[in-house]
Write a protein of this length. Structure first.
Length: 292
């Protein structure tokens, strides 16, 4: 596998009383490589939701070992009903279900001292296992303040607004490369190496669990509130078809700036992400059968 950084656990820097949020996505979980692994209802999904839960438990073990007092796991993938509550580490709490105001980052505004991006993936328009940004295949690119943006970069911007450091990011090698730029101090755990959009060289769960637990324990040394970074942001979104840009441009503040591209400005990252969520919902609703 390619190079990646995971510090071997040494003497743990215990940080008692710290509250942590885990934003748990599924495409970057151990072993996941294609559609059936992450779409509810298939035998493969049943199999991989157990591996997904195993990744979460491995991170929880490291966080609690290093002194976390409370960890909220926010189910952040698709239906947001994929993790197995009955198999979850009993010390944790889980937020499950859809239509959360802050979506993947729900809970970041509750006074947490750090956030983990678990099972993340590369953004739309980039190489990576199941790479996308919010919509699986209609969006070809997203830009935050003129910088190409994955879900990780967008969510890191939200975390910064609340003064919450990104402690750890896990996923494939492309995810880790992306995270080195938007969260340079975070621990990175590469659970697989991208070969193509639907293929990867994977580590077995016993090995990824060891890496995740060790990195989570090390990451706790960085837990603690930071200065909030609040300010205006611009998001631009490019689609694979012109009618999706036309459909989303009816949203107040959203402007069509190209045949397949829209953009909007917001006073802060929270408002930017709320508008982005509306853009993706309208676009998804405008898709018509096999012609998109």
């Amino acid at each position: 596998m390619g190079a990646f950084r995971v510090r071997a656990p040494g003497v743990l820097a215990r940080v008692p009383g710290m509250r942590i949020l885990i934003s748990a996505d599924m495409e970057g979980a151990t072993g996941v490589t294609w559609t059936d692994d992450v779409v509810p209802g298939s035998p493969q999904w049943d199999r991989f939701r157990r591996l997904f839960t195993g990744d979460v438990n491995a991170v929880l073990a490291g966080l609690f070992e290093a002194g976390a007092s409370d960890v909220l796991v926010n189910e952040a993938h698709s239906s947001q009903r994929n993790l197995l509550l009955e198999d979850l580490d009993p010390r944790a709490r889980m937020l499950t279900g859809r239509h959360k105001p802050l979506s993947m980052m729900q809970g970041v505004d509750s006074g947490v001292d750090g956030v983990v991006f678990l099972g993340y993936h590369a953004g739309a328009g980039f190489d990576g296992v199941l790479s996308h940004t919010y919509l699986e295949n209609q969006i070809t690119g997203v830009w935050l303040d003129d910088v190409p943006a994955s879900e990780g970069r967008l969510n890191a911007g939200m975390a910064a607004e609340y003064g919450v450091p990104v402690l750890l990011v896990s996923g494939d090698d492309k995810t880790c490369e992306d995270a080195r730029d938007y969260a340079p101090e975070a621990e990175l755990v590469q659970v697989k190496e991208c070969v193509s959009r639907y293929a990867a060289i994977c580590l077995p769960p016993s090995r990824t669990a060891e890496l995740l637990t060790g990195a989570a324990a090390d990451a706790m040394s960085r837990a603690g509130r930071e200065e909030r970074r609040v300010g205006p942001h611009r998001i631009e979104v490019e689609f694979d078809a012109s009618h999706l840009a036309q459909a989303t441009a009816v949203i107040p503040t959203v402007e069509q700036i190209g045949t397949r591209r829209v953009g909007f400005d917001a006073p802060d990252m929270t408002e930017a992400m709320k508008c982005f969520k509306v853009v993706t919902a309208i676009a998804a609703g405008a898709v018509q059968g096999i012609y998109g």
